[in-house]
Design a protein around this ligand. Sequence first.
Ligand SMILES: Cc1cn([C@H]2C[C@H](O)[C@@H](COP(=O)(O)OP(=O)(O)O[C@H]3O[C@@H](C)C(=O)[C@@H](O)[C@H]3O)O2)c(=O)[nH]c1=O
Length: 193
Amino acid sequence: MRIEPTTLAGVVVIIPSRHSDDRGYFCELFCEDFFRSQVADVRFVQDNQSLCSRPATVRGLHYQRSPVQQGKLVTVPRGAIFDVAVDLRTNSSTFGDWFGMVLSAENGFQIWISEGFAHGFMSLEPDTITNYKVTAPYSASHEGGIAWDDPDIGIRWPIAGPVIVSPKDASQPRLKEMHADAPVHHQEVAPCV
Ligand SMILES: Cc1cn([C@H]2C[C@H](O)[C@@H](COP(=O)(O)OP(=O)(O)O[C@H]3O[C@@H](C)C(=O)[C@@H](O)[C@H]3O)O2)c(=O)[nH]c1=O
């Protein structure tokens, strides 16, 4: 397993080692000791999965407010996504900046997104499955969102043109309209990268 820093402190790419043979490959997707010592000293409490039936489906940008902010470890076992994190930490020098990359069943890459970020993704292939582990339970009353196409953030989504979004995500506020209680202050969680 290899870890690579990104342009945003608190967002890390994890590249599991694949042991290939005639049958295919074996790889460890998550190892608690490795993760807690090399990436972030957190505990995961929930595993999520979503299916995007069609390409150009966008989910996000989502976050949860304190005290149930979520760190997320994202993996794609089928298909491909363009996965994005946006820095919402008001005390961060990269506030409002985004990082995105392709996660696919083929490349096996994972992204760790710590608390303090909004998360979203676009499916790039039909029937794409996204799995993610989260560090706090889901709470509808703590959910927050930002427009996936906020021009102030300027995410360069790989598929231009019409996208498929939920009604909720079609009417998310822009970053500059984010409610005063929404900004998430960065809490140090012993990142190692
Ligand atoms: C996120 C979530 C949703 N739900 C329910 C609420 C709703 O009825 C249904 C669909 O929810 P949503 O439309 O919010 O699903 P979705 O748009 O896929 O939301 C997800 O988007 C990505 C980008 C994330 O980062 C996730 O944390 C999550 O916010 O599932 C749960 O029961 N548990 C959960 O953890």
